[in-house]
Design a protein around this ligand. Structure first.
Ligand SMILES: [Zn+2]
Length: 131
């Protein structure tokens, strides 16, 4: 029998948060990475071990199910980021459009130049905020 959904979600959340580090406003997945730069997380679901993309797991545990045909995309342009505040739902077409808009069709760029450009675009601009 599979575990109750709430328990599986709690487990996934623990797994996710156990392997992240803070970088700027991002929560960077420090576990396995796919060739594409996305985090990869092996979760046992219904007795089957499955590789899931870490940012999709982040969406599911913090926001809920991902509608069919939708992708979880990054505002911060950092595929390994699992900060749910940086994620949004879109289609594959949105993803490609987003990439073209940002002038990005290459692996994650963490150079100061790229970070400065992201700040110019108003992404991750809220440094020193108090809550
Ligand atoms: Zn991020």
């Amino acid at each position: 029998m599979s575990k109750p959904r709430a328990e599986r979600l709690a487990h996934a959340k623990r797994r996710l948060l156990a392997e992240v580090r803070v970088q700027d406003q991002c929560l960077i997945w420090t576990g396995a990475l796919l060739r594409s730069g996305y985090g990869s997380l092996a979760l046992r679901l219904a007795g089957e071990k499955r590789e899931s993309r870490a940012h999709r797991v982040a969406w599911i545990v913090f926001r809920g199910p991902i509608p069919a045909g939708m992708q979880v995309l990054h505002r911060c342009d950092t595929p390994a980021c699992v900060n749910v505040e940086h994620l949004f739902l879109g289609t594959q077409g949105d993803n490609v459009f987003d990439a073209i808009e940002k002038g990005r069709f290459r692996p994650i760029d963490t150079s100061p130049e790229a970070q400065r450009r992201r700040r110019q675009l108003g992404i991750n601009a809220q440094h020193g905020g108090h809550s």
